[in-house]
Ligand binder design. Structure first.
Ligand code: FAD
Length: 196
């Protein structure tokens, strides 16, 4: 029989630290490096989501404009290819935080965030980008008593459904969950490396 320490060694220490999303069969090879000189109307530095989306918007606003995107390593290798894959409409990291920090602008921020998520989905459809975009929704949970009020705020102002302990455990049966807020509309999951 193996001890817990041996199991830890076998399962954890033996694992190779490679980002899951990037470490897929069929991942494209890195593009050829740019050699020599290049000229363009616009040069975007950095091939993460910020640079990629900037380049896309620049071409959309003026298709005649020449755009070069310069990446120092390879496209999508950094934060954009190794994140959690949560594509969240909230621009304020949740309703409780947004209402506290931006009380006057909160409603506008919520509207813009919802429009932004819709626009991302429409753009993916328009370009046929298969990045496993799926409107899964998400459940935020409280594991401490003090977190429960924040979830009530999320439910009241962030378009989520409040779940008491019984209701949240009916969805995900953890004895540590005291409450939840289920946002069924405002969150999608993506495979971020495919998106990049
Ligand atoms: C562990 C983790 C989990 C996360 N989870 C989520 C999540 O679930 N949902 C979410 O929305 N966000 C999440 N994020 C945040 C999200 O991934 C980042 O906000 C986003 O990817 C940032 O994109 P970016 O293009 O600004 O930066 P990056 O993806 O880091 O890209 C920057 C690029 O610029 C290049 N570069 C920099 N300097 C130069 C230079 N001088 N010349 C050429 N190239 C250069 C780099 O090589 C890199 O490729 C997470 C982040 C991390 C680290």
């Amino acid at each position: 029989m193996t001890t817990p320490e041996e199991q830890f060694d076998r399962l954890v220490l033996a694992a190779e630290p490679r980002p899951f999303w990037l470490d897929q069969p069929g991942a494209p090879p890195a593009r050829e490096p740019l050699r020599g000189e290049a000229a363009a109307d616009l040069v975007v530095i950095g091939g993460g989501f910020t640079g990629l989306w900037t380049a896309l918007l620049a071409k959309e606003s003026d298709p005649e404009r020449s755009v070069v995107l310069a990446e120092g390593h390879r496209v999508g290798w950094a934060a954009s290819g190794r994140n959690g894959g949560f594509c969240d409409a909230s621009l304020t990291h949740g309703a409780a935080n947004g209402r506290q920090r931006f009380p006057a602008e909160f409603a506008t921020l919520q509207r813009l965030g919802a429009e932004n998520l819709d626009a991302i989905q429409i753009t993916l459809d328009r370009y046929g980008i298969d990045c496993k975009f799926e409107r899964t929704g998400s459940i935020a949970v409280a594991t401490e008593e003090y977190q429960i009020d924040g979830l009530r705020t999320t439910a009241e102002y962030g378009g989520a459904t409040f779940l008491d302990a019984g209701a949240v455990r009916a969805e995900v049966n953890s004895p540590t969950y005291l409450a939840g807020a289920w946002d069924k509309q405002g969150v999608a999951m993506v495979q971020p490396a495919l998106l990049a």
